[in-house]
Design a protein around this ligand. Structure first.
Ligand code: NDP
Length: 326
């Protein structure tokens, strides 16, 4: 083994609520976790403005501030939090190998994958501008819908997520305009009928978003174009929701971990275990259903407990099978 290879008992990949919660539990269980933050330290919550649905914050907290708190809590118990991007893994042997920034090699007894998922966006400059400003663009209706109660909003997308989020928004907002790019939904029939039967949801088919409009600080509307007729119109809204899917950040694991058809890691039901012993998963990398900070934190706890039990069983096994010499 070369001198440059580091040995780690518990390596955590990713720094969202799942990763930091796993770190808090692992550190308190003397597993000396090392956590690599990845490209977006703090994860998806850093693009959320106000978090009001995480228990324990009665006055709410901004996403970035909450992630700083979680990081501090993990460090308080000794988590080694590092900058770095895990670029490659090899889970084929007994020792789990991980490479950081294509150079540093780490050998791990346990690995906790908490790489999350990234919301897809349209990619319009105006969309990204108001997203960064926290001025009315969101990819999470459950997180941010509350800020638009009694207002008019638009949502782009036609899958189950878009329907679910449009329906959620319809209960808070005065009006929801759904922007569907084709002449039909992708969503299941039951989800489609739910939005079609909701009086304050208007569905615009064959509709592309050209521009998110605003006053420089906040969203004031959206300019759309009918792809059949070419008609362009402006719809006044204060919130623009994007629900065109998520991409789990699991590409580097695909040769070793079982993934579903959309790339989410498949965990052993009711556990954080993957198909590879000693490799665990938590948070949105394995969850396309709930995708909440609190559920991510919950599964982070599960991953650390499962990792701890795995190590304890392995150590007990070693004591039994390793002969002692006097
Ligand atoms: P999907 O990939 O199923 O749907 C994405 C939608 O966004 C499609 O309608 C697509 O349009 C549209 N879209 C993509 N890119 C653009 C674009 N650039 N402009 C406009 N529209 C665009 O993602 P979901 O997040 O909805 O669902 C992911 C998975 O999770 C699915 O399997 C779904 O069934 C599941 N799910 C289940 C739920 C439930 O059962 N309660 C709830 C939420 C999700 P087009 O159709 O034209 O390609």
């Amino acid at each position: 083994m070369s001198d440059t290879i580091e040995k780690v008992k518990c390596l955590i990949i990713g720094s969202g609520p799942a990763g930091y919660t796993a770190a808090i539990y692992a550190a308190r269980a003397n597993m000396f976790p090392v956590l690599y933050q990845g490209m977006q330290p703090g994860g998806q919550l850093t693009t959320t403005n106000e978090v009001e649905n995480f228990p324990g914050y009665p006055d709410g907290i901004t996403g970035p501030a909450m992630m700083v708190e979680l990081q501090k809590q993990a460090q308080r118990f000794g988590t080694d939090v590092r900058d770095g991007w895990v670029t490659k893994v090899d889970f084929s042997g007994n020792v789990h190998k991980v490479w950081v920034n294509d150079t540093k090699e780490i050998h791990c007894d346990t690995v906790i994958v908490s790489t999350g998922a990234s919301a897809k966006y349209l990619g319009l400059e105006s969309e990204q501008k108001y997203l960064q400003l926290g001025g009315g663009v969101s990819a999470c209706a459950i997180c941010d819908g509350f800020f638009y109660r009694n207002q008019e909003v638009a949502i782009v997308g036609a899958g189950d997520s878009a329907c679910e989020e449009a329906h959620y928004l319809s209960k808070l907002c005065k009006k929801v305009t759904m922007l569907v790019r084709r002449d039909e939904f992708r969503a299941s029939q039951i989800m489609q009928s739910r939005v079609k039967n909701t009086p304050n949801i208007e569905i615009l088919y064959n509709t592309d978003t050209e521009e998110v409009l605003g006053d420089g600080q906040v969203v004031t509307g959206v300019r759309v174009k009918n792809s059949l007729t070419g008609e362009v119109r402006e719809i006044p809204v204060t919130g623009f929701f994007v629900a065109i899917g998520h991409k789990p950040n699991t590409e580097i694991f695909k040769d070793y971990l079982n993934l579903d058809s959309t790339g989410y890691i498949i965990n052993v039901p009711d556990t954080a275990k993957t198909n590879v012993a000693g490799v665990f998963v938590c948070g949105d990398a394995a969850d396309h259903v709930y995708r909440q900070a609190i559920t991510a934190a919950g599964t982070g706890c599960m991953a650390a407990l499962d990792a701890e039990r795995y190590l304890a069983a392995k150590e007990a096994d070693l004591e039994v099978t390793t002969p002692t010499y006097n």
